[in-house]
Design a protein around this ligand. Sequence first.
Ligand SMILES: [Zn+2]
Length: 840
Amino acid sequence: MSGLRRRLRAATLLLLALPGLQAQLPVRDAAELQKQLDRLQTVGSVLYVAAHPDDENTAVLATLARGRHLRTAYLSLTRGGGGQDLIGPELGDSLAAIRTQELRAARRIDGAEQFFSSAVDFGFSKTAEESLRLWHHERVLGEVVRTIRAFRPDVILTRFPPDARAGHGHHTASALLAIEAFTAAADPARFPEQLRAGLRPWQARRLLWNLFRFGDDAPRPPAGSLRLDVGAFDPLLGRSYGELAAESRSQHRSQGFGVLAQRGPWEEGFELLAGEPARTDLFEGIDLTWARFPGTADLAARLREARAAFRPDRPAASLPRLTQALQALRALAPAVQAEPLVQAKAAELEEALRVAAGLWVEAIADRQRVAPGDRLTVSAQLLVRGGAPLALDSLSLEAVTPQGSRVLERRGEGRPLPADAARKEAFTFTLPPDTPLSQPPWLDGPGGEAWAGLPEAPAPFRVWARLALPEGAFEVTVPVQFRFRDPILGERTQPLAVVPPVLVNLAEAVQIFTAGGARDLRLKVLAGGAGAAGRVRLQVPAGWAVQPAEQPFTLARAGEEKELTFRLSPPAGTASGELRAEVDTGAGFAPARSLLKLDHPHIPLQTLLPLAQARLERFELKRTGQRIGYVMGAGDEIPHALRRLGYQVELLTDEALAQESLQGYDAIVLGIRAFNTRPALQTLKERLHAYVAAGGTEVVLYTVNTGFPGINAAMVTDTIGPYPFKVGRRRVTVETVPVRFLQPAHPLFHRPNELSAADFDGWVQERSLYHAEGWDARYVPLLGMADPGEAEDGGALLVAEHGQGRYVYTGLAFFRQLPDGVPGATRLFANLLALGHPHD
Ligand SMILES: [Zn+2]
């Protein structure tokens, strides 16, 4: 469960947004335009519901969105911040931000849209009951209902069954919530505030479970289940939906879920959970044509004609009929136009018009980062590349806030856009004070109510153009972005980030005091936008002292930063609390925010602006042994956490392990999943065991014994210790359960730190994972623990004497506790590192 306290606090501020229209798949070439014209003939929608980024079946999404041309969306209840990151050190909110974007990247390939609820991924959960309790059942149910009422899907699909077969408690809970919401969304008595806000009740036709299928050897869909062929080949795409699905799924890089493409026939099965049964097709009995809406005969006829007359080498020839279709759509009864499905079609139609006209529109900011009050120049460019007789009716720069968009500047026109001559317009303006900061709405950023259910906030500025053809007009909107030349990668764009004028980055998010004296605390003030001047101060809890009380700073230019040092004195005894930085630039002191950039090649640059605060921990810690070797596995922040405590930590390469003398290390630690990610350990483990036999201490953190082929990496060797044991799948997910000392006299509990039950207070997210099992009698289990209702297990911490030294396997979640500065876990880890010095 977690930094859960912290994150739930943030989450309680959020209500789900009305899922608005998302940018449709960007259409580029004539084949995609032809698909877009096909898509315009189909009028239906489907919502897929599960718990996490990666739960969704991308083959089903790709087939429905790009093969069946249905409006398709995936509702992921969480953003996946509770897992581990395979591409960097990010955990918690940062990881959730990365996974949010990985879902967006996946959807750009499979063609679906993406929604979220406010449910927090608090780590592995064994029961749906626990998940629903910690998610605040009624709140998340309301958000699922709201998504259904706003999206109005014909069919709802779940990834999981509503029972223990789903495995993870989050999975079971996602199916239970979908079943409840299926009925509640149609009931005007449920969540009536949504109806007052303009939503209407909605009854989807049926709800089905998308039956499991893990790996190739999984059984075919059972006889009698509804089936969907997801392996079809699409000649316009030059790929099958199975190939698209693999490409989409491989965007989940932070989970290491790259997969091989599946080619050839492939069927998915479905089982009815609620609603009307179907015998042959998911959409049986549902009208998926325009005829489902009144008054659309003319519109449908124009769209059919446009499709029939389409010529890939002369797309502009489709413009008259597409323009007439748009006019017919705009002439529909207001109630019909307000249908979410019709709005989506309108956006698709305008995109088709833009592509058929060969129109390029861009809006480029002159820098990536700005603050409210700064001057910014946006260069808009329009270019007609297809010889279409377009005129620019109107062009405007708009600001987007949670309250809606407003025009900052409009330029009337009505003049033709000459073919192949770029029209350039520059807008220079001062950022309004209410420009929303780029902190995500689902954290504590602006736009909570309006934007929280969206993957991310919309771009803060956009350029809107109204273009006229002889038969009528259409509109194009593009976000203002930053663009730059990367010497290696070429043209790159990044979202425009809006940040406070002054940012404060603290050197450490956790400040640990293990000795009594005062210590320096370093921080950087940096200019968010143009230069700024002011004062910065630190607020500390009672008992702590900080010198000086405040410090002035002057930042002359954009991007300039200055390092400042404060001196912090802890109280005498054990204490913990929160430190906050505050900044005054003239209007009085206010909480400062930090700048956190997440830059990965497969997703857009992410800017997070968390409050500039650090946790203070003062506790007694004795260290025996100084020099620690660390064998990094999948990636964790333990080396940094150890250095912060004063240890000398050296990261050991395979070469160092093979050739260096290891005897100089007081202990060698194998980081999380080292036996999943370091093939060389298959043989180098013997050198480690020899180091132990000669008196060393080897501490192996959890490794994963492969669960699902193709999902978790296999272990590089079956035997990781000097004596046999297996890595199992037991874990203790409740971080508050009591822990029993099985051998109270063991030195681990006494040297150099005297441990007690209190050292198991304050742990975060979980106690342990991937316990040892079936161990040789030479291993001594030292801690007994269990989740509520389960039998006690000793596999979380084993110690064996081997020759002159000690070998340790532990599933305890040190990779979460140590970076977080959890005192008891830190003291326990110090004792593990000291096992080779029993007499000191
Ligand atoms: Zn999952």
